[in-house]
Design a protein around this ligand. Structure first.
Ligand code: CA
Length: 223
């Protein structure tokens, strides 16, 4: 992995902690060097500080997103610094940690990122009593087949890939429908409704949870 961070104390902390977990760690002390090395390839995760000399972390991030969209990047920010900008830049695709953070938290985030890459290359998805085969497009709920339309299927796949995470309507809209819809559209709610009816169990329970004034989540308890 590559650590792009200009504070030697933090680089040292990361290097020692990550090496103790068995990761090979390289570091770059400014944005230009970091960007060049990250684009050069050979890393499965990049840990990126935002306040960097040479080239800012946000510029490096934008360039990595263009050139290597599948490369996981974990952004480090100072408390209250640019959290909103990071969230707005690429909602859902960028994980970030606020300094000071615990090594265990960083390692957990990195494992989650690497796991989701492994899942992305798998041909089946499971969670919340559901099994989806991405090749045959078969869907099973508690082992029983469920017939879905193409859009319902794509929506379910997106929810399953983010099993347990709260997803906003905007995230669902841009990922499933793929283009900038009128944000006032209720197409997400309509299709969530269709999917819920098809996935409901005999007792009426459904794996799709409404998170009030935010969006939806697959799995977990009602709120
Ligand atoms: Ca810095």
């Amino acid at each position: 992995m590559l650590v792009i961070e200009d504070e030697p104390g933090i680089v040292d902390f990361l290097r020692r902690g990550l090496q103790a977990q068995g990761y090979a760690v390289e570091s770059a002390l400014d944005g230009l060097d970091g960007e060049r090395r990250a684009l050069g390839g050979g890393f499965d995760v990049v840990v990126l500080d935002l306040m960097l000399p040479g080239r800012s972390g946000l510029e490096v991030l934008a360039s990595l997103r263009r050139a290597r969209p599948a490369l996981p990047v974990i952004v480090l920010t100072a408390r209250g610094e640019v959290e909103d900008r990071v969230a707005g830049l690429d909602a859902g695709a960028v994980d970030y940690l606020v300094k000071p953070f615990a090594m265990a938290e960083l390692v957990a985030r990195m494992r989650a990122q690497l796991r989701s890459i492994a899942e992305a290359s798998s041909t089946t998805l499971s969670g919340a009593g559901l099994d989806v085969d991405l090749l045959t497009r078969e869907v099973r709920r508690d082992g029983e087949p469920v017939a879905l339309s193409t859009t319902e299927f794509e929506l379910l796949v997106f929810l399953l890939r983010h099993h347990g995470q709260v997803l906003t309507r905007e995230q669902i809209l841009s990922s499933v429908w793929g283009y900038a819809h009128d944000p006032a559209t209720n197409v997400v709610d309509v299709y969530i409704g269709y999917l819920r009816r098809k996935l409901a169990r005999a007792d009426g329970s459904t794996p799709i949870v409404t998170v009030r004034s935010v969006g939806y989540r697959l799995g977990g308890a009602e709120e």
